[in-house]
Design a protein around this ligand. Structure first.
Ligand code: FE2
Ligand code: FE2
Length: 190
């Protein structure tokens, strides 16, 4: 179902497994940003009919944020500063101006971020099974929700303009494939 054209680089998993406390702090911020992204999408006129659906996603992301915060507390990891993601910044830099184009591009970026989270949580759920079973179960529990967000955002964009969405998705999938290969030594998910 995920349309990605490139796998995460081979050094991603060892980097994450070697920095789990820092990655969990980054994950908390990722969920916080996912909640605010859902709310930010409500500014586009083309998405007014979806305001309830976007609120529901924002609430769900806020619940994920809270779950990560509770995990941090259980593990005595203090909440800390977020790192900016070069991959997310690279995607967002290509969002065009102009109401409809901006809404479609923004939705595609949000969809790809959710899709990559879904993919990476799936990898972590399986890789952490023996190392950290609690965390493996935690990540397995998030896969379906992030996968649904990925599909929902893509469907929303297609509802605005199907041909334009597919054209831009082709562009963004190439951009994602290129950006995801760029080295990023920081302990973060994306
Ligand atoms: Fe989430
Ligand atoms: Fe999500």
């Amino acid at each position: 179902m995920l349309l990605f054209r490139q796998k995460p680089p081979t050094d991603w998993l060892p980097k994450v497994l070697g920095n789990l406390p820092a990655v969990l702090i980054d994950h908390a911020h990722l969920e916080r940003k996912a909640a605010t992204s859902a709310l930010n999408l409500e500014k586009y006129r083309d998405l007014y009919p979806h305001v309830d659906q976007l609120n529901a996603i924002a609430i769900e992301e806020l619940q994920h944020f809270q779950l990560v915060l509770e995990l941090l507390k259980r593990r005595a990891i203090p909440f800390g500063q977020p790192y900016p993601s070069p991959w997310i910044a690279g995607l967002m830099k290509s969002v065009r101006n102009g109401a409809r184009h901006q809404a479609i591009d923004h939705l595609i970026c949000c969809s790809l971020i959710e899709g990559r989270s879904c993919e990476k949580f799936q990898i972590l759920a399986s890789e952490l099974k023996d190392i950290d079973p609690e965390l493996a179960t935690f990540y397995a529990g998030l896969v379906e929700s992030e996968g649904n967000h990925y599909a929902t955002y893509l469907l929303m964009a297609r509802g605005v303009d199907e041909a334009e969405t597919d054209r831009r998705l082709d562009f963004y999938l190439d951009l994602d494939a290129r950006l995801i290969q760029e080295p990023n030594p920081l302990p973060m998910l994306h």
